[in-house]
Write a protein that binds this ligand. Sequence first.
Ligand code: PEP
Ligand code: MN
Length: 393
Amino acid sequence: MVSTFPGLYSISIFRFYDIFKFSNFQIFKFYHMVATKSMKEITQAAWVKRPLIISGPCSAETEEQVMQTAIQLQGTGKVDVMRAGIWKPRTRPGSFEGIGTKGLPWLQKAREITGIPVAVEVATAKQVEDALHFDVDILWIGARTTVNPFSVQDVADALRGVDVPVLIKNPINPDLELWIGAVERVAKAGIKQIGLIHRGFSSYGNSEYRNAPMWHLAIEMKRRHPGMLFINDPSHICGRRDILQEVAQTAIDLDFDGLIIESHIDPDKAWSDAKQQITPARLGEMMSAIRWRKEDVASEEYHANLEKLRQQINQLDDELMQIIGERMKISEKIGQYKKDNNITILQTNRWNAILERAFKKGDKLGLSQEFITKYFDAVHMESINHQNKIMNS
Ligand code: PEP
Ligand code: MN
């Protein structure tokens, strides 16, 4: 009964000690422990559920906003964990820096009513202490904290001896080692349940995204931590609403275990990250529109067909490498020729001509200019290295 009706169960407990007005602290502690235990079970179930969906406001603003968001999120039937920022690490001073500890009881209350576990960001030992004091179910380390080993260690030390799941966002800069380091620090503190959040990487200047996804880094992180919960944060990648669905779908296609998406009862009036938040109703629609995929299916026919296609890919990759090897041999011949005639390796006009030609051809084959540029840059560098060896031999 406890796990079937968590919300009702905890409401009755809290009403019960409301009557006693906390006069009997022992009774309070006992019932509180039972209630917390049932929340622990619910949190455990959410942690292993796939896809795991976390949603809620960027920031807790008022009790009313937190309660309404929680109720509306519960109404969608799609949300496993509710997020809300209590302490907000803002890039510039003067913006809303979070409601602080006073918002934590609002989250407790939201959880009592909905039975949905709650998650908050922690960046200091004091914040860990406060969050745990108010029984927050899941903690997360934000991108601006992961980037700083001192802060991560401070948080990790405060977590020693505590049994709470912790999610770790990637650092704001594209440095996988910092992200891995944060995981190691938290793991060394004895935290058993660690998950990763990919929220993109900041770059200077305008781009389509607020934080570039650099999916290859997420894929590499996943490869290095097989089996670790890995969720995607389209809100902080996009920074805007119109491309959220697309990024969420890409994440699911790349086999992420879940999504964390910011939602607000009145997104345009949100005190932080207004442009990227969506209403709980819209979140519900987005989740229904996603094409969920399974990483594996049992069907033998599916596996046999997949294997055939993979063989074809392997074959083509072998041929590509063979051809690139031959291309390098020609580069070496050119190098020899240039050496004999005392000419420089890099000839800009020739390089521009190669790219122009490739863009045109690539376009017909459905290859993006971005890919063509990266591919030819790599091939060109390798060519120069080969020529260099010849010219300096
Ligand atoms: C957040 O989740 O609200 C947040 C501050 O995110 P990040 O650490 O990814 O910037
Ligand atoms: Mn935010």
